[in-house]
Write a new protein. Structure first.
Length: 265
């Protein structure tokens, strides 16, 4: 397919790897440079969180290789993924490493680019829209609003071992950030909520749980910090958790209709 672009894109050279952010799900949120990379790719190594509709942009002659990692499920080892990218590039392929959201936001983009750099493989980063911002927008929740918050903090809900992060200064976090957005937190939501409340956060503070953000399967549950863990059963992961007064704006700004999105999918 001949993709017409309103700019002169960089050359996608054989033997190089582009780490491309696929965004949170809605194919319409894919950037022009990401779309160009997919059109030029000879091999696409993609993650579990990449929406299947985005894979339809891959040309028929390109190879698709799944390298998904999902918490608590059998997954490809990170070292094996990095070695595979290096091997494909050394075969002279144009390789796209397609990652959900943004490659450098709570993904393994840093691990993969460090491995590529150490192996002498040329690479490019194509940023994507991260779910921690787009998911809020599709749920009708501004990331910032002058009436509620001038700060927002993006956090992961688990560390490298899969446990609740122990390196967080929970009292400082609870006091200093007006809005908290947690990725990959559903499994430990009860413990996270407890730590925030114990650190001074209001148990009645509004919380939104946003599952499968920006897709026709999006589901949003509004609750409170004290009730968040019980409410989590109604939301299918992947999901993000938003804590803060800004969640109340959803009552007026809830614009996205998943049923309508499904009709146009």
């Amino acid at each position: 397919m001949d993709l017409s672009l309103p700019f002169d894109p960089p050359e996608f050279r054989p033997g190089s790897v582009w780490l491309v952010g696929a965004g949170p799900g809605d194919p319409g949120l894919l950037t022009l440079l990401a779309r160009y990379a997919l059109d030029a790719a000879e091999v696409v190594v993609y993650d579990a969180l990449v929406d299947e509709r985005i894979l339809t942009f891959v040309p028929p002659g390109a190879d698709l290789e799944y390298a998904g990692k999902r918490g608590g499920r059998p997954s490809a080892k990170q070292q094996d993924i990095s070695l595979r990218l290096i091997a494909l590039a050394r075969e002279g392929k144009r390789v796209v490493r397609l990652k959900g959201g943004d490659p450098f936001v709570f993904g393994r983009g840093g691990d993969e680019t460090l491995a590529l750099a150490e192996a002498g493989i040329p690479f490019r980063i194509v940023p994507g829209i991260t779910a921690g911002l787009a998911g809020l927008a599709y749920a009708g929740i501004p990331a910032t609003y002058r009436g509620t918050n001038s700060s927002i903090t993006l956090l992961t809900g688990h560390d490298m071992t899969g446990a609740v992060p122990e390196d967080f200064d929970w009292p400082t976090l609870a006091r200093s950030s007006q809005v908290l957005v947690f990725y990959m937190a559903m499994r430990h939501l009860a413990e996270i909520a407890r730590r925030l409340i114990d650190s001074g956060r209001d148990p009645a503070e509004p919380v939104a749980l946003i599952g499968r953000a920006t897709t026709p399967e999006q589901r949003v549950v509004e609750t409170t910090l004290a009730e968040a863990a019980r409410a989590a059963a109604a939301v299918e992961p992947p999901a993000i958790v938003v804590v803060g007064e800004v969640v109340r704006l959803r009552r007026t700004l809830d614009w996205f209709d998943p049923a309508e999105a499904a009709r146009h999918a």
